[in-house]
Design a protein around this ligand. Structure first.
Ligand SMILES: O=C(O)CCC(=O)C(=O)O
Length: 272
């Protein structure tokens, strides 16, 4: 599989969609999809959401929305009922970039729908501010997302490649936070040996990645980052060095989800 990164405009997304879905392109940074003014509207919707809570399952984050990470179906449905609907309001007063990306998947010639979980439409995005209190500089440690997808037992488990979609309405200034994307997709046996297969491939210790080629992708507020989430990746944030920023200005809000092409269904499915 190739390791290829490109910066594009939203108008160029649909012509690059097939290459992203089949693994010829590893990551696409779609620039300036939302204006700064509307990014602020979305950020305020998140911070003021009645559904804001602290996630405490080993991947600490301030969150709005439901999370399917390593949970059995009953718990996923439970969580959907408790937290799922709050995401509907995140884009209130702004353009819903998920609607735009899904349109672009269809414009690329794919059949598309959101996945279903026991007859219920799956969530397609949720909002997170990673806030690991023990590791501020790397709030989201290195990991791969393929095990949590492949062993989810849910409709999307057979997608060819899980493509992560990340939209940042709030982001530290350029150079102070990056998504580090490694040219490495770990095999099951490798994750097993490290004893992290059951935690869905999270976290991968830094020393295991010494010498592995990577790129640091530096999104800015209003950008969408799409990438092959089977590749190992981590998030760093050094914005606390910027002492002139107010508390919330260090925030890095990611409204994220996944999509991928499913051969058996001959369509692209989305979920979060
Ligand atoms: O916050 C990000 O930029 C990436 C999120 C991520 O890697 C994940 O949710 O697995």
């Amino acid at each position: 599989m190739s390791f290829k990164f490109q910066e594009i405009s939203f108008a160029e997304l649909s012509e690059n969609m097939a290459a992203l879905l089949n693994g010829e392109i590893t990551a696409l940074l779609v620039k300036r999809v939302m204006s700064p003014k509307l990014c602020q509207v979305v950020y305020d919707n998140f911070i003021n959401s009645a559904g804001l809570y602290q996630r405490n399952d080993g991947v600490p984050a301030l969150m709005v929305g439901a999370n399917t990470y390593l949970q059995d179906v009953d718990r996923v449905i439970d969580e959907l009922q408790r937290n799922g609907t709050y995401t509907d309001l995140l884009f209130r007063g702004a353009n819903n970039i998920y609607r735009q990306v899904f349109d672009s998947i269809e414009e690329a010639g794919y059949r598309f729908r959101q996945a279903y979980i026991q007859g219920l439409p799956a969530p397609v995005y949720r909002g997170s501010i990673w806030n690991n209190p023990t590791n501020y500089e790397t709030p989201l440690l290195a990991h791969t997302d393929w095990p949590q997808v492949k062993y989810s037992g849910l409709e999307f488990q057979n997608v060819k490649i899980p493509i992560a979609i990340n939209f940042y309405p709030k982001h530290p200034p350029k150079g102070f936070s990056a998504l580090r994307l490694y040219n490495f997709v770990p095999e099951e046996s490798w994750l097993d040996e490290l004893g992290i297969m059951n935690s869905g491939g999270y976290p991968i210790a830094q020393e295991q990645l010494d010498g592995v080629h990577y790129i640091d992708i530096q999104p800015e507020e209003g950008d969408i980052l799409l990438f092959n989430a089977a590749h190992v990746h981590a998030v760093n944030n050094r914005s606390e060095k910027l002492t002139h920023l107010h508390k919330n200005e260090h925030h890095r809000l990611n409204i994220n989800g996944f999509f991928g092409f499913c051969d058996q269904l001959n369509r692209v499915l989305a979920w979060a």
